[in-house]
Design a protein around this ligand. Structure first.
Ligand code: ZN
Length: 307
């Protein structure tokens, strides 16, 4: 009897997996799976997901992750078709032989250096502890840039990698003296009264790059028309994403207060999301100078603009 129950359960589970497999395969034809983290830096792709199906019939399935490493794992193993991701992480994957292309920026500007209230200048950061989300990030580059304004280098501070959500409270408790991370976690520190803005990204690095929209080579090669459609509509969504619309999308996906979003969205924009050769060259130089990588991918291998 027991054996019968087991085999019935097995048969049912096989039947179920056959159904779900069938569904997944069918869904794959008109769906593009995009990984994201719930940050303001991904709002362009979240906005596009809302619009694309209405306009073209192509569905965007958004897959939310809790950390860059989990997201990267999904992207690098083709479990998703693309992602809004820190561009330096994507560059590193490309360097390691993963098939992907950066097809647009995630956003423009939109980062700040947050410090505790007793720090008045970059020089005061000497000997202090500063948090970044990942060594491979524009936040690391911006920290290096900020220190450079006072003649300091990364060796003058203690750098710690922390999860973005932990940074505002770590600053409030004095565990760290400053941080730089994807938004809205900088705005959260300001809103809590834990710290203040020492620099905005554009003061340190004009036309800085941070997140990129990345697609896998598999998706681009197997579904070139969908890739083209997706990228064109993504850039259009970015151009249409003003502060008001951005706040609306952010409220839906990010579960943040109005105050935090109002502070954060002042710092960011989503128009003109092309990755130009000039801005990429600047990024490559910083990546090499600050020791993030000594062999970042060439523009023509990594960036795809010709859809
Ligand atoms: Zn970003």
């Amino acid at each position: 009897m027991k054996k019968k129950i087991i085999s019935l359960a097995l048969a049912l589970s096989l039947a179920f997996s056959a159904v779900s497999c069938g569904k997944a395969d069918k869904g794959g034809d008109d769906t593009v799976k995009i990984a994201y983290l719930p940050i303001t830096h991904s709002l362009a792709v979240l906005e596009e997901a809302e619009e694309l199906e209405k306009q073209s019939g192509l569905k965007v399935e958004l897959v939310k992750y809790g950390s860059w490493s989990e997201l990267l794992d999904a992207l690098n193993s083709n479990r998703v078709d693309g992602a809004s991701v820190l561009i330096e992480l994507a560059m590193k994957s490309k360097q390691e032989g993963i098939g992907l292309k950066a097809v647009a920026l995630g956003h423009r500007d939109g980062n700040v250096i947050i410090v505790s209230n007793d720090i008045e200048s970059a020089a005061d950061l000497k000997g202090k502890t500063f948090a970044i989300p990942h060594r491979q990030s524009s936040h690391n580059i911006l920290l290096n840039d900020a220190l450079g304004t006072a003649g300091l280098t990364i060796d003058d501070v203690t750098v710690t990698e922390l999860a973005p959500t932990e940074m505002p409270s770590a600053l409030a408790s004095g565990q760290i003296d400053g941080y730089c991370v994807a938004e809205p976690f900088g705005a959260m520190g300001v809103s809590l009264g834990a710290g203040k803005v020492l620099f905005s990204s554009e003061e340190l690095w004009k036309d800085s790059l941070c997140c990129g929209l990345v697609l896998t080579d598999k998706f681009i090669d197997e579904r070139p028309d969908d890739a083209k459609n997706f990228v064109e509509n993504y850039k259009k969504a970015g151009n249409e994403l003003d502060k008001e619309k951005a706040k609306e999308v952010a409220k839906k996906y990010l579960s943040q207060t109005d105050e935090v979003l109002d502070i954060s969205l002042q710092w960011i924009s989503y128009n003109d999301l092309d990755i130009t050769e000039e801005t990429y060259a600047q990024l490559v130089e910083k990546v090499k100078d600050y020791g993030l990588s000594d062999a970042p991918p060439a523009y023509e291998d990594f960036v795809k603009n010709d859809f």
